[in-house]
Design a protein around this ligand. Structure first.
Ligand code: ZN
Length: 140
Protein backbone atom coordinates (compact mmCIF):
# COMPACT_ATOMS: atom_id res chain seq x y z
CA UNK A 1 0.00 0.00 0.00
CA UNK A 2 1.47 3.30 -1.07
CA UNK A 3 0.32 6.53 0.37
CA UNK A 4 0.63 9.51 -1.90
CA UNK A 5 1.48 12.55 0.13
CA UNK A 6 0.72 16.13 -0.71
CA UNK A 7 -1.84 18.77 -0.03
CA UNK A 8 -4.89 18.82 -2.25
CA UNK A 9 -4.77 17.62 -5.83
CA UNK A 10 -1.85 18.37 -8.09
CA UNK A 11 -2.92 17.39 -11.56
CA UNK A 12 0.59 16.81 -12.87
CA UNK A 13 1.63 14.34 -10.19
CA UNK A 14 -1.81 13.13 -9.10
CA UNK A 15 -0.79 13.69 -5.53
CA UNK A 16 -3.65 13.61 -3.09
CA UNK A 17 -3.47 13.24 0.63
CA UNK A 18 -6.97 13.49 1.92
CA UNK A 19 -10.38 14.95 1.25
CA UNK A 20 -12.95 16.12 3.74
CA UNK A 21 -16.41 14.66 3.22
CA UNK A 22 -19.05 15.77 5.69
CA UNK A 23 -17.35 15.84 9.07
CA UNK A 24 -14.68 13.31 8.18
CA UNK A 25 -11.29 13.35 6.56
CA UNK A 26 -10.92 10.54 4.07
CA UNK A 27 -7.42 9.39 3.30
CA UNK A 28 -6.82 8.93 -0.41
CA UNK A 29 -4.51 6.04 -1.23
CA UNK A 30 -3.30 4.86 -4.61
CA UNK A 31 -2.87 1.14 -4.56
CA UNK A 32 -1.58 -1.59 -6.87
CA UNK A 33 -3.85 -4.48 -7.74
CA UNK A 34 -7.12 -3.33 -6.20
CA UNK A 35 -9.58 -6.25 -6.44
CA UNK A 36 -13.07 -7.00 -5.15
CA UNK A 37 -14.14 -10.22 -3.39
CA UNK A 38 -14.62 -11.91 -6.78
CA UNK A 39 -11.01 -11.08 -7.63
CA UNK A 40 -12.05 -8.64 -10.34
CA UNK A 41 -10.06 -5.47 -10.87
CA UNK A 42 -11.60 -2.39 -9.35
CA UNK A 43 -11.02 1.22 -10.27
CA UNK A 44 -11.51 2.42 -6.74
CA UNK A 45 -13.35 1.90 -3.52
CA UNK A 46 -14.35 3.80 -0.42
CA UNK A 47 -14.36 2.41 3.11
CA UNK A 48 -16.75 4.34 5.35
CA UNK A 49 -15.36 2.71 8.50
CA UNK A 50 -11.66 3.31 7.99
CA UNK A 51 -12.40 6.56 6.09
CA UNK A 52 -10.19 5.61 3.18
CA UNK A 53 -10.58 6.01 -0.55
CA UNK A 54 -8.44 3.61 -2.52
CA UNK A 55 -7.66 4.20 -6.17
CA UNK A 56 -6.26 1.49 -8.43
CA UNK A 57 -2.86 2.79 -9.47
CA UNK A 58 -2.97 0.84 -12.71
CA UNK A 59 -5.98 2.77 -14.01
CA UNK A 60 -5.57 6.11 -12.34
CA UNK A 61 -2.32 7.15 -14.01
CA UNK A 62 -4.55 8.80 -16.59
CA UNK A 63 -5.70 12.12 -15.13
CA UNK A 64 -9.23 11.99 -16.58
CA UNK A 65 -9.78 8.44 -15.32
CA UNK A 66 -8.34 9.33 -11.93
CA UNK A 67 -10.67 12.34 -11.61
CA UNK A 68 -13.66 10.26 -12.63
CA UNK A 69 -12.87 7.42 -10.23
CA UNK A 70 -12.13 9.86 -7.42
CA UNK A 71 -15.40 11.75 -7.89
CA UNK A 72 -17.28 8.45 -8.12
CA UNK A 73 -15.94 7.39 -4.72
CA UNK A 74 -16.55 10.87 -3.32
CA UNK A 75 -20.23 10.70 -4.40
CA UNK A 76 -20.55 7.37 -2.52
CA UNK A 77 -19.05 9.19 0.45
CA UNK A 78 -21.32 12.23 0.10
CA UNK A 79 -24.42 10.02 0.19
CA UNK A 80 -23.05 8.03 3.12
CA UNK A 81 -22.08 11.09 5.14
CA UNK A 82 -25.54 12.54 4.40
CA UNK A 83 -27.00 9.39 6.01
CA UNK A 84 -28.49 8.43 2.62
CA UNK A 85 -27.30 4.84 2.97
CA UNK A 86 -29.51 3.28 0.29
CA UNK A 87 -28.32 5.90 -2.18
CA UNK A 88 -24.70 5.34 -1.13
CA UNK A 89 -25.09 1.71 -2.24
CA UNK A 90 -27.02 2.49 -5.41
CA UNK A 91 -24.28 2.03 -8.00
CA UNK A 92 -26.34 3.35 -10.93
CA UNK A 93 -27.31 6.52 -9.08
CA UNK A 94 -23.73 7.09 -7.96
CA UNK A 95 -22.42 6.47 -11.48
CA UNK A 96 -24.85 8.91 -13.10
CA UNK A 97 -24.37 11.65 -10.55
CA UNK A 98 -20.59 11.28 -10.48
CA UNK A 99 -20.39 11.55 -14.28
CA UNK A 100 -22.41 14.76 -14.20
CA UNK A 101 -20.46 16.10 -11.22
CA UNK A 102 -17.14 15.29 -12.89
CA UNK A 103 -18.23 17.28 -15.96
CA UNK A 104 -19.54 20.10 -13.80
CA UNK A 105 -16.25 20.39 -11.89
CA UNK A 106 -14.20 20.24 -15.09
CA UNK A 107 -16.31 22.87 -16.83
CA UNK A 108 -16.56 25.26 -13.89
CA UNK A 109 -13.45 24.78 -11.80
CA UNK A 110 -12.21 28.34 -12.37
CA UNK A 111 -15.54 29.83 -11.38
CA UNK A 112 -15.72 27.54 -8.35
CA UNK A 113 -12.19 28.49 -7.33
CA UNK A 114 -13.14 32.14 -7.48
CA UNK A 115 -16.26 31.51 -5.40
CA UNK A 116 -14.88 29.03 -2.87
CA UNK A 117 -11.14 29.36 -3.16
CA UNK A 118 -9.15 31.89 -1.30
CA UNK A 119 -5.77 33.36 -2.03
CA UNK A 120 -5.60 35.03 1.32
CA UNK A 121 -2.50 34.82 3.40
CA UNK A 122 -1.98 35.53 7.07
CA UNK A 123 1.15 37.57 7.68
CA UNK A 124 2.44 37.54 11.22
CA UNK A 125 5.02 39.99 12.42
CA UNK A 126 6.95 38.78 15.45
CA UNK A 127 9.52 40.39 17.67
CA UNK A 128 12.96 38.95 18.51
CA UNK A 129 11.40 37.10 21.43
CA UNK A 130 8.86 35.47 19.16
CA UNK A 131 6.04 37.56 20.53
CA UNK A 132 3.33 38.43 18.06
CA UNK A 133 3.36 42.11 17.12
CA UNK A 134 0.77 42.15 14.40
CA UNK A 135 -1.31 39.83 12.31
CA UNK A 136 -2.65 40.82 8.93
CA UNK A 137 -4.85 39.19 6.34
CA UNK A 138 -3.62 39.83 2.84
CA UNK A 139 -5.71 38.92 -0.18
CA UNK A 140 -3.73 38.59 -3.39
ZN1 ZN B 1 -19.27 2.68 -7.00
Amino acid sequence: MTEIRGEGIQADTLEIKQLRIGHHDYKVIQKDGLKNEDKHDMYGQIDYDTKEIELNKEYTQNEQVMQNVLIHEVVHGLFHESALFDEAHNEELVERLSNTLHGFLKDNIDVLNAVYGSDEEIIEVRGYDGKLISKERVIH
